[in-house]
Ligand binder design. Structure first.
Ligand code: G3I
Length: 338
């Protein structure tokens, strides 16, 4: 049987992959979920939560790798590469950073940032294919401005440069073969937010700082997904700057319950993203979905009334048989050109 990862590799990609919340939502204890996770559909895994700052550095300078190691132990041995996620983000920060009782200065927060980036990259080394060094730095309103967050408000735009500089230094110091990524949403089509990310790539390259790729998250809404040509043009714009792109968090949510019309549209939406990655060639290295089973999707918790965003569901609930949705065939068709 041809799985999605098998088909992706045949199409010249490094993988078709998935996010996984291990340990976390209990999916790893679900034998049906696990069997599918270990199938030829997936050749890459991204930790959905457990490598984030609050888990990996819960107290200043005190690092906890317990959950992250559990994730890696579960994933390794199944021939999957890992996109490590993420080092510097505004969310999932420990209270020792966000507490209003702590006063940060540019110098003290920059030092904390550098310690976090350096320590994680050195600890996990080549077990990470890549790291999302900075996640979601740009705003939607106005599009392409820097997000107001503790990093930006304390350090300024330089925090992004400092994070990539620290990552570059760590990779060099330990002689690692780890790719460094910028990862964001609403940069999957040309527009001010994508241009901001493109300018970041140029700026880092001009400074001689390592950046290997840009992650296009691709959390889409059914019927509002940019078409294939738009996604392809956007991917090409990044590739022309000398970086790879990857689709890193693909899902297509809709108002539940799905109708025949929204389900058909979802097939097309999935198809368009994956087909754009195939059409653009080697520069789009692979596609990762943000979990593959509606049972464990983040969507209903964040967008009440919406869901049905993944490639599989469990009609009987957790710990029961998975069923492929029509969207699965849309992805397979995009990968095989059939
Ligand atoms: O595990 C606990 C559970 O024990 C508890 O009962 C429950 C009650 O709220 O929370 C569970 O933890 C939640 C965790 O997801 C596991 O599902 C956290 O509250 C929740 O904040 C966390 O959300 C994650 C979110 O990032 C915030 O970090 C999502 O799983 C994760 O899918 C999402 O991923 C992000 C990417 O990192 C960046 N791009 C966007 C993407 C989607 O928001």
């Amino acid at each position: 049987a041809t799985g999605l990862d098998t088909a992706a590799k045949a199409a010249g990609k490094l993988w078709f992959g998935t996010a996984a919340d291990i340990p976390g939502t209990g999916e790893a204890q679900d034998p049906y979920w696990s069997a599918e996770f270990n199938s030829s559909d997936f050749g890459e895994a991204t930790p959905a939560n457990i490598m984030k700052y609050m888990f990996t550095e819960p107290e200043p300078g005190v690092f906890d790798y317990t959950g992250a190691e559990q994730f890696l132990d579960f994933v390794e041995g199944t021939d999957k590469l890992v996109r490590c996620h993420n080092l510097i983000w505004q969310s999932e920060l420990p209270t020792w950073i966000t507490s209003p009782n702590v006063t940060w200065t540019n110098a003290t927060l920059s030092a904390a940032l550098r310690r976090h980036v350096t320590t994680l990259i050195e600890h996990f080394g080549d077990r990470c294919y890549s790291w999302d060094v900075v996640n979601e730095a740009f705003s939607d309103s106005p599009a392409g401005a820097y997000q107001s967050n503790i990093w930006y408000n304390t350090i300024g735009a330089a925090y992004v440069v400092e994070a990539f500089q620290a990552a570059t230094d760590a990779v060099k110091a330990s002689n690692l073969n780890v790719k460094l990524y910028y990862n964001d949403y609403n940069i999957e089509y040309l527009g001010n937010k994508s241009y901001a990310a493109q300018n970041l790539v140029k700026d880092l390259k001009n400074r001689g700082i390592q950046i290997d790729g840009v992650g296009l998250e691709s959390h889409f809404i059914v019927g509002e997904t940019p078409d294939k040509a738009s996604q392809q043009a956007n991917m090409q714009a990044f590739i022309d700057l000398g970086v790879d792109v990857a689709i890193t968090e693909l899902d297509v949510r809709l108002n539940v319950p799905a109708t025949a019309a929204t389900e058909a549209q979802q097939v097309l939406d999935y198809y368009n993203s994956v087909a754009a990655c195939v059409a653009v060639g080697k520069g789009c290295i692979g596609v990762t979905v943000w979990d593959f089973d509606d049972t464990y999707s983040w969507i209903p918790g964040t967008f009440p009334g919406q869901g049905y965003g993944d490639l599989f569901l469990q009609p009987g609930g957790a710990n029961t048989t998975l069923v492929r949705k029509a969207a699965y065939d849309g992805v397979l068709q995009a990968l095989t050109g059939a």
